[in-house]
Design a protein around this ligand. Structure first.
Ligand code: GLC
Length: 486
């Protein structure tokens, strides 16, 4: 049995701002088996609901030093879906309205990193491997490198670091090094934490981990070059030997067209036609003309540049000349929130702008729409296109990163494919590709075939969790073998 400690700043259903939470909420469950035990560590964020808090058990408290101060570390425990979750409590750091974007983020997440390491020792619950995610927890992999020199407990723990998004790196003032991390100044050099005149925690995560993964094969290649490398492509190339791209999965229980209680009508491969009834439900709810034949386009996304919203803005008028309906769900930059609100006002029969986020509604849109639009500027993996595929909604994506690895463009000659894709970050390439999807939609046979291919694509964690297992086993000097009971 290999013991994994999986550490993240957010995880569904406890606290979620983005895709990281979905992965941290579903991958541990997929790994948990006879051969692997996974403990999940999270901050006890204020937004975690009382329903969960009331179920938690207080295990005790320890402390860590943060510069000249000593800070309280409370540890709470909850078993959720068969996985042990440990929550680090400290109200000074985590009783905030937001998860990130506070002036003292460096301190808050360095505290969390130290607290997790202290909590493991306090509970005498030593993992074989620590698996951290993104810059918020990268300090763990750096700190343990130092701790293991003086403390037996940490001596032989291996580390894995996963990059979910290379853009956010945790770049802070070098004083953090001595004051908060308590690391000797030797760490401030180009090969370790130094990044221009600052320190870069994500860089530290890459340098000090035994293995690094990122969330798709294509992104793992892309970040070796300056265009997608976010100024760290040199470091990524240097550590290429320990980098693996593993595409994310989604939880097939949460997202299940045949069982989902969040959608008005359930369906499966044999009753794919019922999607149209869900579409009519949406049309009624959103005040759009009720007609099952009008193609419904959907955007469920954070409304930000990274997601390609500027491309949509550029072609929106031309797109709305077509006989289509467009449903938008999400929040983000006010520029894009206003854009969709304005278009709803101008085209009330065509546009429904839902400028908020609602899990229940998102499932119905994934299930009821015909075409899902996701023209990201960059996309390490992307989960929305996987959800869309699962519900037979055909994605139109930019073919980069995880989008390239999971959406196969339709080939009208061979019938292969489960979506549509375009290459260049160009608004009219997007428009032409949407138009191609719309003309395919008119051919009922072809469209049904596309929907079937989409629904049959396996984007569950089954295959990807095995790739993580193989990495863990390799770090433990073992080979992955196929155990039918695993
Ligand atoms: C980040 C990435 C997204 C990925 C998710 C989970 O949010 O931007 O592409 O799917 O992390 O790994």
């Amino acid at each position: 049995m290999i013991k994994i400690a999986f550490i993240a700043s957010e995880a569904a259903p406890f606290a979620k701002t983005g895709g990281l939470a979905d992965v941290a909420g579903s991958l541990p469950k997929a790994l948990q088996s006879k051969s692997f035990n996974v403990d999940v560590y999270l901050p006890l964020h204020r937004i975690i609901s009382d329903t969960f808090r009331n179920e938690m058990k207080f295990l005790g408290a320890t402390s860590v030093s943060m510069g000249w101060r000593t800070q309280y570390v409370g540890v709470y425990h909850l078993i959720h879906e068969g996985v042990d979750h440990y929550f680090i409590d400290n109200e000074f750091y985590f009783k905030r309205h937001t998860l990130y974007g506070e002036g003292d983020d460096a301190e808050r997440y360095v505290f969390f990193s130290k607290a997790v390491l202290a909590a493991m020792k306090f509970m005498d619950r030593k993992p074989d491997i620590i698996h951290t995610n993104d810059w918020h927890t990268a300090a763990v992999n750096v700190l343990i490198n130092e701790y293991r020199k003086h403390d037996e407990f940490y001596a032989d723990i291996k580390t894995v670091f996963t990059i979910h998004n290379l853009r956010y790196q945790g770049i802070f003032d070098p004083y953090t090094l001595g004051d908060l991390l308590d690391l000797p100044k030797e760490y401030f050099n180009e090969d370790q934490l130094k990044y221009y005149n600052s320190i870069n925690l994500l860089k530290g995560g890459i340098v000090f981990s035994d293995h690094v993964t990122t969330v798709s094969k294509s992104y793992a290649e892309e970040i070796k070059y300056p265009y997608f490398g976010e100024n760290l492509d040199g470091i990524i190339r240097k550590y290429d030997f320990k980098l693996t791209g593993i595409v994310n999965g989604i939880d097939y229980e949460t997202y299940s067209p045949s069982k989902d209680v969040n959608i008005p009508i359930n369906f499966d491969l044999r009753s794919i036609g019922r999607k149209k009834e869900i579409k009519m439900h949406l049309q009624i709810k959103f005040g759009l003309p009720v007609d099952p034949e009008i193609p419904m386009l959907a955007i469920v996304s954070r409304l930000v540049d990274m997601k390609g919203m500027d491309l949509i803005e550029h072609i929106l008028d031309e797109l709305l000349l077509e006989n289509v309906q467009l449903v938008v769900l999400g929040t983000g930059e006010s520029r894009y929130e206003d854009l969709f609100k304005t278009y709803q006002y101008r085209y009330p029969d065509k546009v429904a702008a839902r400028i908020y986020f609602d899990q229940y509604e998102s499932h119905s849109i994934y299930a009821g729409a015909d075409i899902f639009i996701m023209p990201s500027l960059f996309e390490p993996c992307g989960l929305s296109q996987l959800i869309a595929l699962r519900y037979g909604t055909i994605p139109v994506v930019r073919q980069i990163g995880g989008l390239k690895d999971t959406v196969i463009p339709f080939n009208k000659y061979t019938g292969e494919g489960n979506g549509f894709g375009f290459q260049n970050y160009n608004a009219h390439e997007l428009l032409f590709t949407i138009k191609e999807a719309l003309s395919t939609y008119e051919n009922d046979e072809n469209w049904k075939m596309l929907m079937r291919h989409a629904m049959k694509a396996d984007n569950s964690w089954t295959a990807s969790s095995k790739e993580y297992m193989a990495i863990y086993m390799k770090l433990m000097g073992q080979e992955l073998y196929e155990d039918p009971n695993m």
